[in-house]
Ligand binder design. Structure first.
Ligand code: AMP
Ligand code: ZN
Length: 258
C-alpha cells in the first residue's frame, strides 16, 4: 500500500518533470495545408507550451480592427506576406508573455530569411543570455507534402469559428456535413483558403519560405518529416524529434544540430 503510494508519487513526479521540462523553441515549417496548425495543437497539448501562430495573431488584429490589423488586412487577403518588421514585432511581444517561458511552437514563422535571422538573435538575447535556457537554437521541423495533395487538403479545409477546430471534407469530415462536432457551429472556409488565393499562397511559399528551410539546412538544424503519413504518425515523428533534442535548462549544453 505504502509502496504503491510511493511508486505512484514517483511516477507522477517523473511524469511531470518529463512533460514540464524546458522544451525551448520549436519551429514548424511547411506550406499552407501541410498540417502545421493541427500538429502545433497536438504539441501544445503534449508539452503544455503555447502555439504561436503569426497567422492567428494577425487575423486577430484584423478582427479587432487594430491599427496594425487595418494596415495588414489587404495584404493578407491577397495571400502576400506581411512586412517583416511588423511580424517580428508581434512575435517579440508574444514570446515575452510568461506562458512562453518553457518554450513555444512557432507556426507560420519565420517565413523569410530575414525573419529567421531576426529570430536567432532575438532568442539568443532574450532566452540564452538572460540565463533562462541552456540553448536558444530552435528545433526546426519541416513537414513535407506533395503539391497536388496539398491543393486537395486546402480546398477541403473547414474551420469552426467558435472553437477553432479544423476539419477536412476529404480526409477528416465532421459527423454532420459542415457542422462542428463539438459545438454545432456552422463551419466556414477561411478567406485565404479560397481557390483564387491558394495558388498565390503556395507560390509565395515556394518563393519566399523555401530559403528559410535552406537557411536552417545549411546550419544543420533542419529535420524533414514526411507529411503524407497519417496525422498520428506525423505527430509521433515530431514528438520523437522534440524529445530527442529539447534543451534542458540544467545541462548547460547546446542542442546539437542533426
Ligand atoms: P497562415 O495562417 O500562417 O497561413 O497565415 C495567413 C496569412 O498571414 C499569410 O498568408 C500572410 O499574409 C500572413 N502571415 C502569417 N505569418 C506571416 C509571416 N511570418 N510573415 C509574413 N506574413 C505572415
Ligand atoms: Zn467548434
Amino acid at each position: 500500500m505504502v509502496v504503491n503510494l510511493v511508486q505512484e508519487r514517483l511516477g507522477a513526479s517523473s511524469m511531470a518533470e518529463q512533460v514540464l521540462r524546458t522544451i525551448g523553441p520549436v519551429v514548424l515549417l511547411g506550406p499552407p495545408g501541410a498540417g502545421k496548425g493541427t500538429q502545433s495543437k497536438r504539441i501544445t497539448e503534449h508539452y503544455h507550451i503555447p502555439q504561436v501562430s503569426t497567422g492567428d495573431l494577425l487575423r486577430e488584429h484584423v478582427r479587432q480592427q487594430t491599427p496594425l490589423g487595418i494596415e495588414v488586412q489587404a495584404v493578407i487577403a491577397r495571400g502576400e506576406l506581411v512586412p517583416d518588421h511588423l511580424v517580428c514585432d508581434i512575435v517579440a511581444w508574444r514570446l515575452r508573455q510568461p506562458d512562453a517561458d518553457r518554450g513555444f511552437i512557432l507556426d507560420g514563422f519565420p517565413r523569410t530569411q530575414k525573419q529567421a535571422a531576426w529570430l536567432d538573435s532575438f532568442l539568443k538575447f532574450e532566452f540564452f543570455e538572460t540565463g533562462k535556457w541552456a540553448s536558444w537554437l530552435p528545433i526546426v521541423i519541416r513537414i513535407q507534402v506533395d503539391y497536388n495533395k496539398l491543393l486537395l487538403r486546402i480546398t477541403g479545409r473547414r474551420t469552426c469559428p467558435t472553437c477553432g477546430a479544423i476539419y477536412n471534407v476529404h480526409s477528416n469530415p465532421p459527423l454532420v456535413d459542415e457542422i462542428c462536432d463539438k459545438d454545432g457551429t456552422k463551419l466556414v472556409i477561411r478567406d485565404d483558403d479560397r481557390d483564387e488565393v491558394i495558388r498565390e499562397r503556395l507560390d509565395t511559399y515556394e518563393r519566399q519560405t523555401k530559403p528559410v528551410a535552406e537557411y536552417y539546412d545549411k546550419l544543420g538544424r533542419l529535420v524533414t518529416i514526411n507529411g503524407d503519413q497519417s496525422v498520428d504518425d506525423v505527430s509521433a515523428a515530431i514528438l520523437k524529434e522534440i524529445d530527442g533534442r529539447a534543451c534542458g535548462v540544467a545541462s548547460g549544453t547546446e542542442v546539437k544540430g542533426n
